[in-house]
Design a protein around this ligand. Sequence first.
Ligand SMILES: [Zn+2]
Length: 98
Amino acid sequence: MATDQIEFNYENIKGTIVALDCPDYMDGLNTPGRHFHFVSDDRTKGGHILELAFDSSEAEFDATQGFDMCLSDDTDFQEMELSKDVNDAIKKVETNEE
Ligand SMILES: [Zn+2]
């Protein structure tokens, strides 16, 4: 599935990776399964990780039992067509899987 996602390749870069591991019941709010986000230490580069290799790392784990979801009160958002099934497009953007 084609998306308008822009892809970048970075090498020798330091930053933070946040892995999201969402259970199946989160389908519709996020992509079930695991996907990775990256932000560089200087906060100028980031996004979803599609491929990754690293020389060294530290890892921490946090099991979150809840979250707050804030929705926009902007008119454009309120009138947006959200009933369309975009799960395949979201999965492609977040995991690079078809
Ligand atoms: Zn994501």
